[in-house]
Design a protein around this ligand. Structure first.
Ligand SMILES: Cc1cc2nc3c(=O)[nH]c(=O)nc-3n(C[C@H](O)[C@H](O)[C@H](O)COP(=O)(O)OP(=O)(O)OC[C@H]3O[C@@H](n4cnc5c(N)ncnc54)[C@H](O)[C@@H]3O)c2cc1C
Length: 409
C-alpha cells in the first residue's frame, strides 16, 4: 500500500499515458489526475508522419480510450494545460485558473518543434509536424504533383519524404549536415538511407544551408547559400524539438535545456518527476542524456511509477527505436557511435524494399550496437548480444547459414 493520495500527470502524451498504466500495474490505488493542453485523449505520435497522412481514415492512434481511463479510475482534464507549478504548496495552476493539488507530480510535457522564424514569418505554405493537427494539415498539402521542400534530413524529414513520394509529390530535402539521419545513424546506414530516397526520386541536398526565403505569389522561394533558388508549393521543416521545460524553469527546478532527472526520473524537487522528451536523465557514465523515442517515454514513465511505489527497476535494456521509410523497416539498438560496423547479409540499395540485412556495431571487439533493415525478427537477438557484452565473432555472426537465434544463448 502506498500513502500517496494524488498523482498529477502533466502532459497527456506517450509518457503520460504510459505512467497511468505503470502506476496501476504497480498497484497504485490512489487518485490519478491527467492534465493535457491538447483536446485529445493520449495518442501515439509515430504514425503522424506515416499512416495518418497515407491512410487517415483507417489509422487508429489513441493510446487510452475514455472507457479505459474510466476503468483505470483516472480523472482527465483536456484542453486546459498547466501554466504554473507551486512547488511549496504542491499545486499546479491550469490555464483557466483552476488549482489542482498533488502529492507527486510527473512532468511529461514533451517538446515543441524548433522554430525557423524567417519561414514562420511567411505566414502560409509553411508547416511543422509535432501533433495530430499538424499531421492532418499536411494531408491536403501532400498531393500529387505538389512541389514540397523538406528542411531537415533527420528521421521526421525522411519519413515525410517517404510519405510525400507515395503521394507522388515532387520532393526536395535540404540537410545542413553531410549525412542524412546523422545524429542517430552510422555512416554505412546513412548512405543506404540516402540511396533509398534518391532511388525513390527525392532530390536530397546535403551540406546545404539556406540563405533566404520569401513568398512569390503562391510559391515559396528558398534561396540556398550557393545562390540557387528553389521554388515550392509548400515547405515543411523538421529540425528538432525544444523540450517543453518552461514550467520547470519557473518552478526553480534544475533545468539544462531539458529537465534534469536522476536515475529514478526525479527532478531536483523530490516530489516532482519528469519523463519522456522533456527529461534529460543521469546515466551510469555520469552524463545526462535526453532521448527522443517512443520507447524511452514508456521506459521513463515506468521508472517514475516504480520509484514512487518502491518497486525495484528491472535491468534496463539497451535503447531501441525504429523508423519506417519507403516500405523499409529500420530498427536500431544500443550505441550508434560504435567504432566499426559489420554487415550480415547484403547491402545493395538497388534491392530497395526487398533489402534485408543486419548491422553489428562493434567497439573494442564487443557488440555494442545493432541495426536491422527489414529484419525485425533478428532484433531481439541483437538486444541480447548487446546486453551480454558479447564479443563479436565474424565467422559466426556474418555467416548467413547460421541461425542468429541459435548463436545467442
Ligand atoms: C511525427 C513523429 C514521428 C515519430 N516517429 C517515431 C518513431 O518512428 N519511432 C520512435 O521511437 N519515436 C518516434 N517519435 C518520437 C516519439 O513519438 C516521442 O519520443 C514521444 O511521443 C515522446 O513522448 P512524451 O510523452 O515525452 O511527449 P508527447 O508524446 O509529445 O506528449 C507530451 C504532451 O504534453 C502536452 N503538454 C505540453 N505542455 C503542457 C502543459 N503545460 N500542460 C499540459 N499538457 C502539456 C503536449 O501537448 C503533449 O500532448 C516520433 C515523433 C513525432 C512527432
Amino acid at each position: 500500500m502506498s500513502n500517496i493520495e494524488t498523482v498529477v500527470i502533466v502532459g497527456a502524451g506517450q509518457a503520460g499515458a504510459s505512467a497511468i498504466l505503470e502506476l496501476r500495474g504497480n498497484k497504485y490505488e490512489g487518485k490519478i489526475i491527467l492534465i493535457g493542453d491538447e483536446t485529445h485523449l493520449p495518442y501515439e505520435r509515430p504514425p503522424l508522419s506515416k499512416d495518418v497522412i497515407l491512410k487517415p481514415s483507417d489509422t487508429k492512434i489513441e493510446i487510452l480510450s475514455q472507457e479505459k481511463l474510466t476503468e483505470l479510475g483516472v480523472e482527465t482534464i483536456r484542453g486546459n494545460g498547466v501554466q504554473k507549478i507551486d512547488a511549496t504548496a504542491k499545486t499546479v495552476e491550469l490555464q483557466n485558473g483552476d488549482v489542482v493539488a498533488y502529492d507527486k507530480l510527473l512532468l511529461a510535457t514533451g517538446g515543441a518543434a524548433r522554430r525557423l522564424p524567417n519561414f514562420d514569418a511567411l505566414g502560409k505554405h509553411v508547416y511543422t509536424l509535432r501533433n495530430l493537427e499538424d499531421s492532418q494539415a499536411l494531408v491536403p498539402v501532400l498531393q500529387k504533383g505538389q512541389r514540397i521542400i523538406l528542411i531537415g534530413g533527420g528521421v521526421i524529414g525522411l519519413e515525410l519524404a517517404s510519405s510525400a513520394r507515395y503521394k507522388e509529390c515532387d520532393v526536395t530535402v535540404i540537410e545542413m549536415g553531410p549525412m542524412v539521419m546523422g545524429r542517430s545513424s552510422p555512416r554505412v546506414l546513412s548512405e543506404f538511407l540516402l540511396a533509398q530516397q534518391q532511388l525513390a526520386g527525392v532530390d536530397v541536398r546535403l551540406s546545404t544551408s539556406i540563405a533566404d526565403c520569401k513568398l512569390d505569389g503562391e510559391e515559396v522561394v528558398v534561396t540556398l547559400a550557393n545562390g540557387e533558388e528553389l521554388r515550392a508549393d509548400a515547405v515543411v521543416y523538421g529540425i528538432g524539438i525544444v523540450p517543453n521545460a518552461q514550467l520547470a524553469v519557473e518552478a526553480g527546478l534544475d533545468v539544462d535545456f531539458a529537465i534534469k532527472v536522476n536515475e529514478n526520473c526525479q527532478t531536483s524537487n523530490a516530489d516532482i518527476y519528469a519523463a519522456g522528451d522533456v527529461a534529460t536523465q543521469l546515466r551510469a557514465d555520469g552524463e545526462f542524456r535526453r532521448v527522443e523515442t517512443w520507447e524511452n517515454a514508456n521506459l521513463q514513465a515506468g521508472i517514475f511509477a516504480r520509484h514512487i511505489m518502491n518497486v525495484e527497476h528491472p535491468v534496463a535494456n539497451p535503447a531501441w527505436f525504429w523508423t519506417d521509410q519507403l516500405n523499409i523497416n529500420y530498427q536500431f539498438v544500443g550505441d550508434m557511435a560504435a567504432s566499426e560496423w559489420q554487415v550480415r547479409g547484403e547491402i545493395n540499395p538497388e534491392l530497395r524494399e526487398q533489402s534485408s540485412f543486419v548491422l553489428f556495431g562493434v567497439t573494442d571487439g564487443v557488440i555494442v550496437g545493432g541495426i536491422t533493415v527489414n529484419a525485425a525478427k533478428e532484433m531481439r537477438h541483437l538486444k541480447k548480444l548487446i546486453s551480454k557484452n558479447a564479443p563479436f565473432e565474424a565467422d559466426k555472426y556474418l555467416d548467413l547459414s547460421q541461425d542468429l537465434r541459435k548463436l545467442v544463448k
